[in-house]
Design a protein around this ligand. Structure first.
Ligand SMILES: [Zn+2]
Length: 79
């Protein structure tokens, strides 16, 4: 299995994560966020298989990450 089975380059920004503007009603509207609106600047989109895999593992990943953060010692503040 390859990473390409789970994600594909964004078709809106062609995998660069940036869109300068977009066509609307025949005129070019500047994209003030600059990041691609479809991939949020991540340059790729999940395939159907990737989305299913993410939906399956995301709750467990969040749980493990939260446990990890809670096990960290408290941050000491300098006097
Ligand atoms: Zn994109």
């Amino acid at each position: 299995m390859l990473i390409a089975d789970f994600q594909t380059p964004c078709s809106t920004c062609n995998g660069i994560g940036f869109v300068a503007g977009f066509q609307s009603c025949g005129s070019l509207i500047p994209n003030l966020r600059k990041a691609c609106p479809d991939c949020n600047g991540e340059c790729h989109q999940l395939t159907e298989l990737g989305a299913q895999l993410w939906a399956l593992y995301e709750p467990k990943i969040r749980e493990v990450a939260q446990e990890f953060v809670q096990k960290q010692p408290p941050v000491r503040k300098l006097p």
